[in-house]
Design a protein around this ligand. Structure first.
Ligand SMILES: *Cc1c(COP(=O)(O)O)cnc(C)c1O
Length: 406
C-alpha cells in the first residue's frame, strides 16, 4: 500500500515516519561512544507516536539495549505485542504488579527498602530473580535514593538481597536542556562519585550505569556511560530551544493531517465560532477543519494558530472547538471540501513543527505530542510504503477505497 492510501481517513490521521525513527536513532548513535547502548524511551505510548511499532523497530537495531516506560501497564503492553528486549520502568512500580513484572523480565526502578523486600518476596514466589535498576536522585528531586551514606547502605542491602539482581544504577538530569550545563555536570559528578564508592566498598561494578536523556545525548558526551536514554529526540523533536542543533541531525517523525469538511463565503461582520471572538471585516472564504481539542489540538491556538493548505500558510479564526475549528482561506484560490490540511508537517515549501505549535499555543512540544488523541489513527510509513494504520491499539483493515473504521 502507498502512503497516500491512508488519505481516505479524511477526518484526520497522524503519519508516523518509521524511516525518520531509524534515522534519528542512527544519528544519535553516531554521537555516542561505541560501547554505549541506547534505551528507547517510549512511555505515554511513545510520546503519542505508538510504543509498539517503535519497539518493534528497536528489536532489529543491535545497539538498542531495550525500552523504558513509565509504569508496569506500559511494559506489559510491549510484552503482549511480542517485544523481547529488556524493559525498564522509570517511575515507581507499586507492589500489585511485582510478580507479573518479574515473570515478564521487566526491570523496575528501585529506591526504597520496602520495594526491595517486596520484590525479593515476589521473585521467590516466581522462582526467578528480579532484575532492578537502582534510581539515584542527584538533583531532580523526584524519586531515588540520595548518593550519600544512607544511599550506599541501600545499595549494599540490594546487592545482598536474595533473588535480587542489581543490573543498573541510574540518575536523571533536571536541567541538561539548558545552555548552562553546570547543574547537569554537578549531577554527573555526584553520580560518578557514588558509583565509584559503591565499587570501592562492595567490590561490585553494577553493569549498567546510565544518566543521559535526550539533552545529554546531544550535548554531554562525557555522560554516555553504559546506556543513554533517548526520549524526545527519538521522535525528531528538540528538548528545548537552548540545546545545540549542530551535533545531531534529527527528522520529525509525526505529521498531523486533516481535510476540509466545509467551505463557505461570508459577508463582512460575520462572527466565527464560540463566543464570537472573531468578526470578518470584509467578504471572506472560511473553511472548517474537523479536528479539535478533543484530538489534543490545543484550544489555546484559538485566533492565533496556523495550518497549511495547498502549500500555503493560513490563520485559524475564532475559537478551536472540541472537534472542529475554522480557517481563513480567502487568499488561497480554489479551496474545496476534502482538501488536505496539514496541522503539523510540511506542505510544499511550508512547514509547521511541533515546536512552532508549542510556541504559538504556549504549551510544551513534549506535551503536544503526548496529547495527540486516541481517536486519531496512526499511519505508519517506511520506504514509500504504508505499513499499518493503528487506532487505539487495533490495526485497521484497508481495502484501498474504504478505511474500515469499525
Ligand atoms: C522521560 C524520561 C527520559 C527521556 O527524556 P527526554 O528528555 O525525552 O529524552 C529519560 N529518563 C527518565 C528517567 C525519564 O523520565
Amino acid at each position: 500500500m502507498k502512503p497516500e492510501e491512508c488519505d481516505v481517513i479524511k477526518r484526520g490521521y497522524a503519519l508516523i515516519d518509521m524511516d525518520a525513527i531509524r534515522f534519528n536513532v542512527s544519528s544519535m548513535l553516531d554521537n555516542v561512544d561505541e560501547g554505549t547502548g541506547m534505551v528507547l524511551v517510549i512511555k505515554t505510548d511513545g510520546y503519542g507516536h505508538g510504543a509498539v511499532p517503535i519497539a518493534k523497530a528497536g528489536e532489529t537495531i543491535d545497539r538498542v539495549w531495550g525500552y523504558a516506560v513509565a509504569c508496569p501497564e506500559e511494559a506489559f503492553c510491549l510484552r503482549r505485542a511480542g517485544c523481547s528486549k529488556p524493559i525498564l520502568i522509570l517511575g515507581h512500580a507499586f507492589e500489585y504488579a511485582y510478580e507479573k513484572l518479574i515473570s515478564l523480565d521487566v526491570r523496575p526502578a528501585t529506591f526504597t527498602e520496602e520495594m526491595l523486600e517486596a520484590l525479593s518476596k515476589a521473585a521467590s514466589a516466581c522462582g526467578r530473580a528480579a532484575k532492578i535498576h537502582v534510581k539515584v536522585d542527584t538533583g531532580m528531586g523526584r524519586i531515588g535514593i540520595r548518593p550519600d551514606d544512607e544511599g550506599l547502605e541501600f545499595v549494599k542491602k540490594a546487592l545482598n538481597m536474595p533473588m535480587i539482581e542489581v543490573e543498573g544504577l541510574f540518575t536523571h538530569f533536571a536541567r541538561a536542556d539548558e545552555a548552562d550545563k553546570s547543574h547537569a555536570n554537578r549531577q554527573i559528578g555526584l553520580f560518578e562519585a557514588f558509583a565509584d564508592r559503591i565499587e570501592a566498598e562492595t567490590g561490585t561494578r553494577i553493569p549498567c550505569l546510565h544518566c543521559s536523556n535526550s539533552a545529554g545525548i546531544l550535548e554531554l558526551r562525557h555522560a554516555n556511560m553504559d546506556l543513554v536514554r533517548a526520549g524526545i529526540t527519538l521522535y525528531g523533536l528538540w528538548p528545548s530551544d537552548e540545546v545545540s542543533r549542530d551535533a545531531v541531525a534529527l527528522r520529525p517523525v509525526m505529521s498531523l493531517i486533516s481535510h476540509v469538511s466545509y467551505v463557505k463565503t461570508v459577508e463582512p461582520g460575520t462572527r466565527i465560532s464560540y463566543g464570537g471572538t472573531y468578526e470578518t471585516d470584509s467578504v471572506r472564504r472560511i473553511a472548517t477543519v474537523p479536528i479539535g481539542y478533543g484530538d489534543g489540538y490545543p484550544r489555546s491556538l484559538s485566533g492565533r494558530g496556523e495550518v497549511l493548505i495547498r502549500g500555503r500558510r493560513v490563520p485559524i479564526r475564532g475559537r478551536v472547538c472540541m472537534d472542529q475549528f475554522m480557517i481563513d482561506v480567502t487568499d488561497v484560490p480554489g479551496v474545496r471540501m476534502g482538501d488536505k490540511v496539514t496541522l503539523i508537517g510540511t506542505d510544499g515549501d511550508e512547514t509547521i513543527t511541533m515546536e512552532d505549535l508549542g510556541d504559538l499555543s504556549g504549551r510544551f512540544n513534549y506535551e503536544l505530542a503526548c496529547d495527540v488523541g486516541k481517536r486519531i489513527p496512526r499511519a505508519y510509513v517506511s520506504g514509500g510504503e504504508l505499513l499499518d494504520v493503528i487506532l487505539d491499539g487495533e490495526s485497521l483493515t484497508f481495502d484501498g477505497a474504504n478505511a474500515d473504521l469499525s
